[in-house]
Design a protein around this ligand. Structure first.
Ligand code: C2E
Ligand code: MG
Ligand code: MG
Length: 700
């Protein structure tokens, strides 16, 4: 659906209100004016502000322009509700739209009450003047007063200071469904209503005692037939000339239609239409309240809950099933967790939040989070399916005085992410230490692109040695980051986040080119040496088919033999390689470069699958090799396993390299098992490129 323009909306708006009232200006001018209003509303809808006064002012302006019938308001709400929802839905702002329309209607209602009050004031003045002119004469004999009283469209009742009704006009009789005779003799107190503000009766007492002259309230009445009406009530005191209170005059306007509309709008503005739970607007309002007035040290907590895998349920079983699931979960969360000091709200999508305030500590929050997880785990029947769902929850407790809503929710979002990444179906509590680490990683990640440009990375090279005779056959290139503040960083500090942030592509290209250039320098210095250069690739790099061109270009640029370049991929990365990346791997192998499985034995070794991959070498992970240097001597079965692995690898025509060889005994044992190459501290630490030639010619 394309969203209508402000001009179009304004035209429809004019059509909706023009017939409801007499208007003093022509339609084109009115359209222009309303188009400006529409633009204001669109701005308010698109923003994040919580100042709704612009919407209220538009409601006020409608009344000022004499659009005072209930039809004008409903017409306005119809048009705006329909036309603006095109904007609101596209940006997920349906809650904001509902709130905005509610504010507009509230502004309208307030303005209308003010206007009614000024009309009532006029009647009031007429009553006083009539009394003055009649000079203590009975008010019912005064013709002028009678005219005002009898013909008023507003209900008027006059009573004595005990609250007994003495006189009523026709309008009031019709409003309440009684005859004049029936009403006379009843007392004001006979018209109590459960929704009455206790203040009403207190104020009436003050007035009868002569301490105030008038007051005004919204009050509900039961009509004689039992139906409920809402009124705007102004009660004024009539005093005798010497100032002593004599009578009370009540002026009653029926505002039932407006009241219903406002109540309905209020509900819509504060409740999520799908689940009936309070919506995010209410949540943020309540949070602001809680943060605003707290004693020092008071705590505020939230559990921010997100269903696990909800998207999949929605996609596979359909949106109706998804909606049904959300309704059930919402209902259960509300029944199980809502309490006077706990608000359960729906934030949108499959996100719910429990606000706990005031005064709950971490242990209470944890118990609530556990309870919420248990509630969500109970299977949900949808469409004959029994759905087993779970949720992840981020838990945050903060000092209500020193925190802000934005801070609290950002922390809640972070912890929710932790709960998800720690494996879902669990809660995580905000932990400043973990947060600082994450922020640190994030900062590093943001610095990566510049660090590449500014040449802050360098490669160390670790010897690869033939176990048979100890010859240096090549090296593995290992990247390091010489960070201006943090010093030399090892790859475990930044490779993972480079993968997550997508910067690994650029970094990987740099590593590949630098390693091949270094190999060219070695060849130039020692033409007899054709070192094997092993470079680590991340799975993200293989996911891009362009890696094939990059490798081909680098080989051409540096004059490197394809067979002297080895690309290492971890076992888990390789096992995840299917489809497109797998064909990329084949094309890399077709270039003639070698492909090695790094850290073999740490993943789930599916050797049958491995045999179908284009690979040339296995690198046995450290722990395998470590088993050989137990203080008690190598375990027989460990040796057996290693021996089998080496045989199997050789059957698949794979070279075997043992990693993390730290002792001569290990090296000897591995050589005995037929292992081809070794790498580790026993043969040499990772060192700068310039050092490697010295290792090749130890005498120099
Ligand atoms: P890896 O490829 O298995 O590299 C071997 C790691 O073992 C290196 O750690 C090395 O310093 C360490 N090591 C070598 N000999 C011994 C030994 O005898 N005992 C023990 N305990 N450790 C030894 P490093 O340099 O910290 O690298 C860690 C990992 O980072 C590498 O594991 C590799 O997966 C990754 N990595 C390094 N450079 C790159 C790169 O350029 N690109 C990508 N994608 N990953 C890289
Ligand atoms: Mg490696
Ligand atoms: Mg390794």
């Amino acid at each position: 659906m394309t969203a209508p323009s402000a001009q179009e909306i304004a035209r429809r708006w004019v059509r909706a209100v023009a017939e409801t009232s007499y208007i003093a200006i022509d339609r084109p001018s009115l359209t222009e004016r309303l188009a400006v209003r529409v633009t204001t509303l669109l701005g308010l809808l698109a923003g994040d502000g919580t100042d709704w006064s612009p919407a209220r002012e538009i409601g006020t302006a409608l009344v000022a322009s004499h659009f005072t019938s209930t039809d004008a308001l409903t017409g306005t709400l119809d048009v705006l509700g329909t036309d603006l929802s095109a904007y609101a839905d596209a940006t997920g702002r349906a809650d904001r739209l509902r709130r905005m329309l509610h504010e507009l209607a509230a502004g309208y209602a307030d303005a209308l009450r003010e206007r009614t009050l000024s009309e009532q004031e006029r009647i009031h003045t007429a009553v006083i003047r009539a009394r003055a002119e009649a000079e203590q004469a009975r008010w019912d004999s005064e013709a002028r007063f009678k005219a005002v009283f009898a013909d008023a469209a507003i209900g008027i009742g006059i009573g004595d200071l005990s609250g007994r009704i003495l006189e009523v006009n026709q309008a009031l009789c019709e409003m309440l469904g009684y005859s004049v005779e029936e009403l006379r003799g009843l007392k004001a107190a006979d018209f109590t209503h459960p929704a009455d503000d206790p203040e009403v009766w207190a104020q009436l007492g003050e007035l009868f005692a002569g301490r105030t002259d008038h007051f005004r309230v919204q009050k509900a009445y039961y009509r004689r037939d039992g139906e409920e009406i809402w009124t705007d009530l102004v009660v004024s005191l009539i005093r005798a000339q010497d100032g002593t209170p004599r009578f009370a005059v009540g002026m009653v306007e029926d505002v039932t239609d407006r009241h219903r509309l406002l109540t309905q709008l209020e509900y819509q503005a504060t409740h999520d239409p799908l689940t009936g739970l309070p919506n995010r607007t209410v949540f943020y309002d309540r949070l602001a309240e809680v943060l605003g007035d707290q004693e020092p040290g008071a705590a505020v907590g939230v559990c921010f809950l997100d269903l696990d895998g909800f998207k999949m349920i929605n996609d596979t079983l359909g949106h109706d099933a998804g909606d049904a699931l959300l309704r059930t979960v919402a209902q259960r969360l509300h029944d199980g967790l809502a309490a006077p000091d706990r608000l359960v709200a729906r934030m949108g999508g499959d996100e719910f939040v429990v606000l706990i305030a005031p005064g709950a500590g971490a242990d209470v929050l944890a118990a609530i989070a556990e309870a919420a997880l248990a509630i969500v785990r109970r299977p949900v029947q949808v469409d004959g399916h029994s759905l087993a769902v779970s949720a992840s929850i981020g838990v945050v407790v903060r000092n209500a005085v020193t925190t802000t809503a934005a801070e609290l929710m950002k922390a809640a979002d972070t912890t929710l992410y932790w709960a998800k990444s720690d494996g879902r179906d669990r809660w995580a509590m905000f932990d400043p230490h973990r947060h600082a680490q994450a922020v640190g990683r994030y900062r590093l990640s943001a610095q990566l692109p510049r660090a590449i440009e500014e040449d802050q990375f360098l490669l160390d090279y670790q010897p690869l040695v033939r176990l048979e005779d100890g010859a240096l056959v090549g090296v593995e290139a290992l990247v390091r980051w010489r960070h201006p503040e943090h010093g030399l960083l090892r790859p475990d500090r930044f490779i993972e986040m480079a993968e997550l942030s997508g910067h690994i592509g650029r970094l990987g290209r740099w590593v590949l080119r630098e390693a091949c250039r270094q190999a060219a320098r070695w060849r130039a210095a020692d033409p007899d040496w054709q070192p094997l250069v092993s470079v680590n690739l991340s799975v993200r790099q293989v996911a891009h088919a362009s890696i094939v061109d990059e490798v081909r270009d680098v080989l051409a640029e540096t004059g490197m033999e394809p067979g002297s370049l080895q690309l290492e991929l971890t076992e888990s990365a390789l096992m995840a390689t299917k489809g497109e990346p797998l064909s990329t791997l084949h094309r890399l192998a077709d270039l003639g470069v070698r492909i090695a499985i790094d850290d073999f034995g740490t993943g789930y070794s599916n050797l049958a699958y491995l045999s179908r991959l284009p690979i040339h070498a296995l690198k046995l992970a450290g722990p395998f090799v470590a088993a050989l240097r137990r203080p008690t001597g190598p375990d027989e079965s460990d040796v057996e396993i290693l021996s089998t692995l080496v045989h199997l690898a050789h059957t698949l025509k794979l070279t075997v390299t043992a990693e993390e060889v730290e002792t001569a005994a290990q090296a000897e044992l591995l050589a005995g098992l037929g292992c081809d190459l070794g790498q580790g501290w026993h043969f040499g630490m990772p060192v700068a490129g310039g050092e490697i030639l010295r290792l090749r010619h130890p005498a120099n």
